[in-house]
Write a protein that binds this ligand. Structure first.
Ligand SMILES: O=C(O)c1ccccc1NCC(=O)[C@H](O)[C@H](O)COP(=O)(O)O
Length: 201
């Protein structure tokens, strides 16, 4: 089970996530989000991860080409285009940056084929990204994607194991569910989330 913790904004939280055994950490560049980091701060936070895990830049409304250039500049492993990006956005960003992830929700009636827009990985989230809202993951039963896809949206240390059992994702992603307040990561919740996700079947 691939585990990503997103919206990290401190060196301490990155180190905790890595010590807990995550596969990926994400930083958010989305003005208005409580997790938004300017590029210089994102660089400092990402530096704490080194090359030990995948590092992901998450953007929401930024033009895809600009996001791809920022991903190159920051030296992240992958760029997560979150929300209403078109196939053409993916195509043009892919000319600049090679590893692109597509994050969407069932509310957008997405193509559930991983790679439909040329992406490496598909992330299925709640309609409001980073809101901590849950959604009915049982809607995926009989209709789940194949391949590399992450389940996200309202997961936390207490519900992640059940969600994995129902949806059988390739991996999981969490943000609000390991926070004490919007944008403030709780280190114990990070440890607990990773342990629960790893133990789930
Ligand atoms: O986290 C944000 O504030 C955010 C803002 C804009 C686009 C994406 C954002 N987050 C992406 C994510 O981290 C996922 O939505 C997350 O894994 C699921 O969120 P949560 O329900 O808070 O666990």
């Amino acid at each position: 089970m691939y585990v990503k913790v997103c919206g990290l904004s401190t060196v301490e939280s990155v180190r905790t996530a890595i010590d807990a055994g995550v596969d990926a950490i994400g930083v958010v560049h989305a003005p208005g989000s409580p997790r938004h980091l300017e590029p210089d701060r994102a660089r400092e936070v990402l530096a704490a991860a080194g090359c030990s895990v995948d590092t992901v830049l998450v953007v929401a409304k930024m033009p895809a080409d600009d996001a791809a250039r920022l991903a190159l500049d920051l030296g992240v492993s992958a760029l997560q285009l979150h929300g209403r990006y078109t196939a053409s956005d993916f195509q043009s960003a892919g000319h600049v940056f090679p590893r692109i992830w597509r994050a969407t929700s069932l509310a957008q009636d997405p193509d559930l084929h991983v790679g439909a827009h040329g992406e490496e990985l598909l992330l299925l989230d709640a309609p409001n990204a980073g809101s901590g809202e849950r959604w009915d993951v049982s809607r995926l039963v009989g209709n789940r994607p194949d391949g590399k896809w992450l389940l996200a949206g309202g997961l936390n240390p207490d519900n992640v194991a059940d969600a994995i059992t129902v949806a059988q994702p390739w991996g999981v992603d969490v943000s609000s569910g390991v926070e004490s307040a919007p944008g403030i990561k709780d280190l114990d919740k990070i440890r607990s989330f990773v342990a629960s996700a790893r133990a789930a079947r």
